[in-house]
Design a protein around this ligand. Structure first.
Ligand code: GLY
Length: 256
């Protein structure tokens, strides 16, 4: 069974970190409603949803994906690249330590979970403003012990690697070619986002189900045409906080 760790939205969401988009007003009440719909989509996809209480003083804390890499064998607590986000780590570690042995990225390393794309035993890690060379090297060393290969990936014009590319299954990726080179994923079948839907590459895979943001109908049609089962969820207010669907949960199996 899949577990999905999530966190209730902070009332301070409007003061979130932003890197590549303009700040626009966020309707926090609507964000909370949309987050509930996201939780229902996780439930419908077969997840047991665990929702941590809000952290009022931590605007970005709903984006739990960034504070850990959870694998079958181990969880690595990250050291987020934005200093404002580092206090988010401890409470998620308190929960995950009941499910996995914990490791941690140490200073001077930085790593955001949003930069980590796992496909089978390979982890692709975005060389972003949030994940530095030392953080990627630490993750490579920690995870080699568990049989995973970690590979840095150059990227541009977006916050995290998973803004630019996500896995649809073990053989197929959804990719935004303006933000990451196709050649980095030459071993996979590549479906590109529709050229008019720049932010559509962030899709959450749970088994054979996919959750993607509403508002990208042409990319969604490409996935349907390729035979994928897709649920669209409106996360417009989270998108204003430079979030999407992968970043709002940490998925791991209870029967690894
Ligand atoms: N607002 C998401 C982030 O910058 O981490």
């Amino acid at each position: 069974m899949w577990n999905a760790v999530t966190r209730a939205i902070s009332p301070a969401l409007g003061r979130c970190e932003l890197s590549h988009i303009e700040r626009t007003p966020i309707d926090v009440a609507l964000a909370i409603t949309q987050h509930h719909q996201y939780l229902r989509a996780l439930d419908a996809a077969g997840c047991r949803v665990l929702t941590l209480p809000e952290q009022a003083g931590l605007p970005d804390s709903v984006f739990v994906e960034d504070v850990a890499i959870v694998l079958n064998e181990v969880a690595v607590m990250t050291r987020p690249g934005a200093p404002s986000r580092r206090p988010e780590v401890a409470s998620v570690a308190e929960l995950l330590c009941h499910h996995r042995p914990l490791e941690a990225i140490e200073e001077p390393g930085t790593l955001d979970g949003g930069d980590v794309l796992r496909i089978d035993r390979r982890l692709y890690v975005g060389q972003s403003a949030r994940s530095n060379t030392d953080g990627i090297a630490q993750s490579r060393k920690l995870l080699a012990a568990h049989g995973y290969a970690v590979q840095g990936v150059a990227m541009r014009h977006c916050l995290h690697l998973k803004s630019a590319v996500t896995a649809l299954d073990e053989h197929t990726v959804l990719l935004q070619p303006a933000w990451v080179d196709r050649g980095c994923f030459a071993d996979f079948r590549i479906i590109e986002v529709d050229p008019g839907e720049a932010h559509a590459a962030n899709v959450l895979r749970i088994g054979d189900a996919l959750i993607m943001p509403a508002g990208f109908p042409r990319t969604r049609q490409r996935l349907l045409d390729a035979g994928f089962k897709v649920t669209a969820v409106d996360v417009s207010e989270l998108q204003k906080a430079e979030g999407a669907v992968t970043c709002c949960s940490l998925l791991f199996r209870s029967d690894p």
